[in-house]
Design a protein around this ligand. Structure first.
Ligand code: FES
Length: 164
C-alpha cells in the first residue's frame, strides 16, 4: 500500500466503529484516484479491513458504481429489469447503444462515455430509468436521452464520484 493510500485508509477507519465499515469508502477513494478499483486496491482494502481479497471482491461486486476496469467520465447505466422492461427499456437500450455507438460494457475510444445495462436501480415507479454517474433520470424516452446526451457531450460530468 502506498503511504498516501495508507494515510487515507487510516483516516477512514477512524470514522467507523470497526475497520470493515470503511471498506466501501476506501474502495471509492481508490477508484477516485485510479479511475477504477484495481487489483492493488482490492489487496489494499483487504489489508486495511482484515478480510480476504476474495471477500472484498465479492462485496464490491454488489456495487454498480465500483468498476473493475477503467471507465469513461460519463457512466451511463440503463436499467434492464422487469418494471423498466415493461415500460420501454428495450427501446431505450437500443436507442442508447445506437446513439453512443457502444455495446453493453463498452467505453468510447476517447474515454468519455461508458455504457452499461444494469439490474434494478430501485426507481421502478418511474420506469424506464437510467443513471448517469450519481444522477438518476426517470421516465426516460429516447428523446429525453438525446437531450441529455447533448448536455453530457457539452460538459464535464455533472456529478463527480465521492471520495468518501
Ligand atoms: S426495474 Fe428499473 S428501476 Fe426497478
Amino acid at each position: 500500500m502506498t503511504p498516501e493510500r495508507e494515510r487515507r485508509g487510516a483516516q477512514l477507519v477512524a470514522k467507523y466503529p470497526n475497520a470493515q465499515s470503511a471498506l466501501i469508502p476506501f474502495l471509492q477513494a481508490c477508484q477516485e484516484e485510479d479511475g477504477y478499483v484495481s487489483g492493488d486496491a482490492i489487496r489494499d482494502a483487504a489489508e486495511l479491513t482484515g478480510i480476504t481479497p476474495a471477500e472484498v471482491e465479492s462485496i464490491a461486486s454488489f456495487y454498480s458504481l465500483l468498476f473493475k476496469e477503467p471507465v469513461g467520465k460519463h457512466v451511463i447505466q440503463v436499467c434492464r429489469t422487469l418494471s423498466c422492461m415493461l415500460r420501454g427499456a428495450d427501446e431505450l437500450r437500443d436507442h442508447a447503444r445506437m446513439r453512443l455507438g457502444l455495446a453493453n460494457g463498452e467505453t468510447s475510444a476517447d474515454g468519455r462515455f461508458t455504457y452499461e445495462e444494469v439490474e434494478c436501480l430501485a426507481a421502478c415507479d418511474r420506469a424506464p430509468c437510467l443513471q448517469h454517474n450519481l444522477e438518476f433520470h426517470y421516465d426516460v424516452t429516447p428523446e429525453d436521452f438525446d437531450r441529455q446526451l447533448e448536455r453530457w457531450r457539452a460538459e464535464e460530468p455533472a456529478v463527480t464520484m465521492p471520495a468518501e
